[in-house]
Design a protein around this ligand. Sequence first.
Ligand code: FIX
Ligand code: ZN
Length: 414
Amino acid sequence: MVPAATIAQWVKNAVEQTAVHDLHTHLFPPSFKKLVLWDIDDLLTYHYLIAETLRLSDISYEAYWGMTKAQQAQHIWQTLFVENPPLSEACRGILTVLSKLGIDTSTRDLGAIRRHFPASEMQRFFDRTFQVANCSGVVMTNDPLDPVEREYWQSGTEVDPRFKTALRIDRILLDWPAVAKDVSDLGYRVSGDISGQTTAEVRRFLEDWVKRIKPLYVACSLSPTWRYPDDNVTTRILDQCVLPVAREHNLPMALMVGVTRGTNPQLRLAGDAVGKSDITSIHRICATNPRNKFMCTMLARENTHELAVAARKHRNLLVFGCWWFLNNPSLIEETTRMRIELLGPSFVPQHSDARVLLQLIYKWDHSRTVLAKVLTDKFVDLAATGWNVTQNEVTSAAKGYLAGQFQRFIDMKI
Ligand code: FIX
Ligand code: ZN
């Protein structure tokens, strides 16, 4: 029988040495200059840390938002790292990043830390981050209705090949009729009441953007109240526009379900919350559209188990990631254990959701540690049955979880 210590070493090596392909981030390539977030002030002003700071500091929302980014970062550092111990996952993440980059934090001096991130070094940090995070590529979140981003695509800006695309369509699915004017301003004959040529024109809009950015999948985040099917515009646009286009191009539709936007609008991006969602809608969308592929992550811990069960029922459904408030070691561990027990190798344990380039370093370091722990236990359990665990199968499991399963699903024809 292979000793547990040997298995642990094989798993650790395989999980550390396999390059991850990160299937959902909010990162942009260096050429999309206005959208790039990368340095220590960007790390500190991450919306996870804004929410944590405004719980502990007496500053008003208005005063916080009235500061420059550098002042906000300083305030967050002072509140979360100097006046309090940086115990939360998002705080620990910053310290992991700095430590992996060899930056000394012992003096707790933000000024000294900032000197490691001169603006002139931005480009170099891209290569360094991908290398330290052992990441081969990331999928962006690409919104054609964002005027700043659209300009980069329309002007043919070159994209670093490590950055893959995903066509994000939240506004098209959720903001009708308000969004009709924006789509119509782009030259599509659409109307707020979805009359006339509207659905054909929305399809043409989607087709044009599929051609332009060549996405790996189409994506939308949805609230806990989302139901499928429903007698509303979202179902109509899904059924008549999005799913036919996705089918035609063999693109999965990624459903990220369970976010209540703007629970506290004063917190802006940090003000979104979580709610329990409806798993039967996932069953129905997969069952009634068998020629479409779906990816799904759900934000509520309460939905995680039933989502794994749903994936057992629908081969056109890929479960992925521990999203946002689930991206904490304790919840990644229980979720990953349960998913392995129900789905074996056929899911994607994690995505980073990184908004700031350097976050790739900590999000993957922390997730890899948990994945290695769980995978070791599972292979040790196998060895205890007399199964002759081999280093090859350990390596191939790690490759599947970190890159292969996603690629397999993207390539799969149904
Ligand atoms: O909808 C999403 O893609 C979410 O991940 C984001 O909107 C969210 O703000 C986030 O950054 C979570 O990690
Ligand atoms: Zn996201």
